[in-house]
Design a binder for this molecule. Structure first.
Ligand SMILES: [Zn+2]
Length: 63
């Protein structure tokens, strides 16, 4: 069983980073695994952002 804590989709830093990652032509050209990139980003961001940390705890999902 795995726990998945989402980031706050309203967090300005998340919005900026997600669009930067997903619109990056290099990311697309390399066929980079965006799911992994986002999961990696989410892990780091949650440690730095109190807003997303709290949101993740309130909306945690069990897989
Ligand atoms: Zn955040």
């Amino acid at each position: 069983m795995r726990y998945k804590a989402p980031l706050d989709p309203e967090c300005p830093a998340v919005i900026a980073s997600a669009s930067a990652l997903l619109d990056d032509p290099m990311t697309k050209a390399m066929g980079a695994p965006t799911d992994e990139i986002i999961a990696d980003y989410a892990r780091k961001h949650r440690r730095e952002c109190e807003r997303c940390h709290d949101y993740g705890l309130a909306n945690i999902e069990v897989e």
